[in-house]
Write a protein that binds this ligand. Structure first.
Ligand SMILES: C[S@@+](CC[C@H](N)C(=O)[O-])C[C@H]1O[C@@H](n2cnc3c(N)ncnc32)[C@H](O)[C@@H]1O
Length: 329
């Protein structure tokens, strides 16, 4: 057994950066790819019809099994205990809340072209946010895990969260600074249509809706995150207000919106700024910019019609509020 190697670009909080897992070679094999999780379709189905879905508190520990080869485990591999499969290049990673080595090995032995590699164990808190998930208030939002009762202070907007294995519990500086900037946008204006690129758990979409947005298009390429986002939208009775699309953010950058949210890594941000149809919104919140990347980002921003309005930073992570010339709601 060994510890899974994870990137830690967050200098002081020892937090991982889950979206890097899809894009920046976080694992020891250094491959790129995305993860997929088999969350309960049945509960999702019920939730779509307004039936309250059962919250799933996170496990204390994650047991992660690395397999050489791209495998597609069945949902009944280990029953309800199977959290999901994440494929990175030509490796796959199976997630469980308890040790399952023998069962995984036995199943892998039946899969052509696959070979069991190793087991890793990590605390869920280290995976998601570096701290246990609990109620917290920030930027006038009360973020409350779905298995707890919200206790908002007067005037706080409640967002119910079940982050699962996706990014966006609210604890990461990149999310927090986006929430602050969202407040500023809605204090100055009221964009009705919002495009949330790299939605993760859906936290920013939910925050925008709570502030007055009427319609959100949320784009996310990671299947795990898409399903988690769908659950969070249902937990907040917002499923009908959001078009949730599993796709590359760059392919939907031109959709009309008054406000675009993009808490996503720098190479995608730079690609977005090079798409003419992306530059037609009124407001932009960019986040996920680390340290010296800010100058690279600013340089590219200056080559566009967008104007930087304000920049926040926390622990070396920068978030930029910008205005465009668009008038698309
Ligand atoms: C830093 S997280 C942000 C999550 C959430 N919006 C927040 O602010 O907490 C970035 C998300 O973007 C997704 N992502 C990264 N690259 C993407 C791409 N090219 N297209 C769509 N989604 C992408 C990741 O899977 C991850 O869920």
């Amino acid at each position: 057994m060994h510890s899974l190697e994870r990137p830690c670009h967050q200098p002081t909080l020892n937090r991982a950066w889950p979206f890097k897992l899809c894009s920046q070679a976080p694992l020891k094999n250094g491959k790129k790819g995305c993860r997929e999780v088999h969350l309960p379709f049945f509960l999702d189905f019920l939730g779509a019809f307004g039936v309250k879905i059962k919250p799933m508190p996170p496990p204390g520990k994650l047991f992660i099994y690395e397999i050489e080869g791209r495998v597609y485990p069945p949902d009944d591999l280990t029953g309800a205990d199977f959290l999901g499969c994440w494929r990175e290049g030509d490796h796959s990673y199976l997630f469980f809340p308890r040790p399952m080595e023998a069962a995984v090995k036995a199943w892998v032995a039946t899969q052509e072209g696959a070979r069991y590699s190793s087991e890793s164990v990590m605390n869920y808190a280290d995976w998601e946010a570096g701290q246990p998930l609990q109620k917290t208030s920030m930027a006038g939002f009360h973020l409350c895990p779905v298995w707890e009762d919200p206790t908002p202070a007067a005037g706080e907007l409640v967002i119910r969260m079940e982050p699962g294995l996706a990014f966006g519990s609210g604890y990461h500086p990149t999310t927090r600074t986006c929430l602050e900037l969202l407040r500023r946008v809605y204090a100055a204006d009221g964009p009705r249509k919002v495009l949330d690129l790299g939605t993760g758990t859906g936290i920013l979409s939910l925050a925008a809706l709570a502030l007055g947005a009427e319609r959100v298009v949320a784009v996310e390429y990671n299947e795990l995150a898409v399903r988690t986002c769908a659950r969070n939208l249902k937990h907040n009775q917002r499923r009908a207000d959001v078009d949730l699309i599993q796709a590359d953010a760059r392919d939907y950058a031109g959709l009309p919106a008054g406000l675009t949210l993009a808490n996503i890594h720098l190479d995608v941000l730079l690609d977005l700024l090079a798409i003419p149809a992306f530059l037609t919104k009124d407001w932009y919140i960019f986040s996920g910019i680390l340290g010296t990347q800010l100058e690279v980002f600013r340089q590219r921003l200056k080559e566009t019609p967008l104007q930087e309005v304000e920049t926040l930073h926390e622990n070396m992570w920068f978030a930029v509020l910008a205005r465009g010339g668009g008038s698309l709601e």
